[in-house]
Write a protein that binds this ligand. Structure first.
Ligand code: UDP
Length: 254
């Protein structure tokens, strides 16, 4: 391992304030976030609001990378349940992720945030291929890197893609933006007595099947000791709040 590699991995922009708990954060959001109040597809106002939330964190001097899913467009399992070949359906799901990534890139660039989309499936005319060292370099320069096409493999999810990229990027945190403000002991949408955990262990998420992320994603985050902050991304400013360690969220850790 050369000194050069360490320099690439550890170098951070000078602007990072030392008091912030996190220096490099991966934001994971499901595709459904981007459809806002609609039933399907993309809701431009919501995408623009998410872009502003990301900008707030970039402006704090924190390095940001993003993984989106494609639940607003197509999920492989639903295609397979209707008789499609699972691999073909998953390829379609991954292409849906690329659509979402390009939409988010456009919204970020409209407000002056520099971005790069890197896809796990090559499509050179549209975006960069995934290259780890190049992604780190982009973030060092203050660019937001949007990782598209999940892991590039069928039978995986974008949550697992998020854990994988967060591990490769040495992220300090996975910020998992959801519909609710943390992890509960029951579904808070259905059960009014549901209680939110402040902190929950990776093991509890796995053994109690707490629906934070799928088991592969949780195991990977656990193996690489990356905490996961589960928060409500539907409310403005929540992303920057959790990066400051403020607001309401659940931390998944040891
Ligand atoms: N997908 C895949 N491999 C991956 C990531 C995603 O095949 O590494 C496909 C899979 O079909 C999945 C779809 O892309 O259903 C969209 O991802 P996901 O369901 O995780 O999206 P989200 O629920 O986060 O919106």
């Amino acid at each position: 391992m050369s000194a050069n590699v360490n320099t690439i991995e550890k170098s951070m922009p000078e602007a990072v304030p030392s008091e912030l708990p996190y220096k490099r954060v991966l934001l994971k959001m499901s595709g459904e976030v981007l459809m806002g109040p609609n039933e399907f597809g993309l809701h431009p106002e919501t995408v623009a609001r998410v872009a502003r939330d990301i900008q707030e964190v970039v402006d704090m001097g924190v390095q940001v990378c993003v993984v989106v899913g494609a639940g607003n467009i197509f999920r492989g399992v639903s295609g397979a349940s209707q008789g499609m070949d699972r691999t073909a359906a998953d390829h379609m799901g991954m292409l849906g992720i690329v659509i979402n990534a390009l939409c988010l890139q456009n919204a970020l660039e409209e407000i002056g945030v520099q971005t790069r989309v890197q896809s796990a499936i090559r499509m050179d005319e549209i975006c960069e291929p995934y290259i780890r060292r190049r992604a780190i370099r982009h973030m060092d320069k203050g660019r937001v890197v949007i990782f598209a096409a999940g892991t590039g493999n069928p039978y995986f999810t974008s949550d697992t893609g998020a854990s994988l990229r967060a591990s490769e990027m040495n992220c300090d945190l996975i910020a998992k933006g959801t519909k609710v403000d943390g992890v509960y002991n029951a579904d808070p949408m259905k059960d009014t007595s549901a209680v939110r955990y402040e902190k929950v262990s990776y093991m509890d998420v796995l053994t109690k099947d707490l629906k934070v992320m799928d088991a592969t994603a949780i195991s990977l985050a656990r193996d690489n000791q990356i905490p996961i902050a589960v928060f409500n991304i539907r409310e403005e400013h929540n992303f920057s709040n959790i990066v400051k360690g403020e607001g309401t969220f659940t931390i998944v850790g040891d």
